[in-house]
Design a protein around this ligand. Structure first.
Ligand code: ADP
Length: 297
């Protein structure tokens, strides 16, 4: 670990990496990077590199874990052994178990769980390179991987942290600020501003907490814009994509008058999501058969 810097903010108000106190690190995202996952996203944020993959929805085994009226969203956060300076022991730790739990819960208000009763959606967040803020980076990638998998959601989730160094609030902590700062407040929120994750390390006064949340809100709005751009660049050509998706479905599903009527009634903007969701339903049937076969063996 590097030594504690003498000061974190210089006289010009700039941080060690040249950012202003309310500035987030540069973020780059790419969706659909894994062909075998149902949805995926690779995200770089400063020096963080994170890969998120989504599998499902599919039938959950063992069946006793199934939720009768909704889908179970399972979230697994993992830091690769090579992601930090000193090698991390592979496998789950108390830290990764905690982050997995709270991050999965951060998606509960947005995933429309009622659509897939008894099923499971697995979200894997793999940190390839860690440089502070990995849980928030993973959430930002996971929400795009969920969208890429066609999981119906009420909106996107964006996440960002605020902290305190030299007695001053700073947005999106870098590694020295995270290591030696006086506070770290990672938050995830929906695009409507509903907070879905809030953790705090260190000390903030009530006034600082309020101001910090305002800074996070602005940071999350910028991240949401980057996430939206990523969705547009992958699915931007809506007409063409929509037609392709419908063509694929009509090859797989036998014609039924009812089905055709439903197709026509659909809102264009949801074509891709619903098409993929229907595909997932079909996959469920296959998985169900497979599952039952497994149990019989
Ligand atoms: P976050 O990455 O969400 O900010 P923490 O505040 O727990 O989570 O960790 C801050 C940073 O400390 C991480 O991004 C990573 O760079 C480093 N770190 C965390 N856990 C370990 C570990 N077990 N070994 C080495 N470095 C770690």
């Amino acid at each position: 670990m590097s030594d504690k810097p003498e000061c974190f903010i210089d006289e010009a108000g700039l941080r060690l990496d040249g950012r202003r106190v309310d500035e987030i690190r540069p973020m780059k995202v790419e969706m659909g990077v894994l062909s075998r996952a149902d949805g995926s996203c690779y995200l770089e944020w400063g020096n963080n590199k994170v890969l998120a993959a989504v599998y499902g929805p599919r039938e959950l085994h063992p069946r006793r874990m199934q939720k009768p009226n909704e889908v179970l969203v399972r979230y697994k956060y993992n830091m690769a052994s090579f992601s930090v300076e000193d090698r991390i022991r592979p496998g789950p730790s108390r830290r990764s178990t905690e982050i997995s739990k709270v991050s999965g819960e951060a998606f509960e208000p947005v995933v429309m769980t009622q659509y897939y009763p008894g099923a499971v959606i697995d979200v894997f967040a793999e940190v390839l390179q860690a440089d502070a803020g990995t849980r928030t980076a993973a959430i930002n990638a996971a929400t795009l991987a969920l969208a890429d998998a066609g999981i119906p959601m009420k909106g996107l989730v964006s996440a960002c942290a605020v902290g305190k160094v030299d007695g001053q609030l700073v947005l999106d902590l870098n590694k020295p600020e995270d290591n030696y700062g006086q506070a770290d407040l990672p938050v995830a929120m929906t695009q409507d501003g509903e907070i879905t994750l809030l953790q705090m390390d260190g000390h903030l006064t009530p006034e600082e907490l309020e101001e910090g949340l305002e800074m996070i809100k602005k940071g999350c709005q910028q991240i949401l814009e980057i996430q939206r751009q990523a969705l547009v660049s992958r699915y931007g050509n809506e007409d063409e994509e929509g037609e392709d998706a419908e063509a694929e479905i009509s090859e797989e599903v036998p014609d039924s008058e009812e089905g055709e009527e439903e197709e026509e009634e659909r809102d264009d903007s949801f074509d891709n999501e619903e098409s993929e969701a229907e595909n997932a339903d079909e996959n469920d049937v296959t998985k169900e058969d497979e599952g039952e076969e497994d149990e019989r063996q």
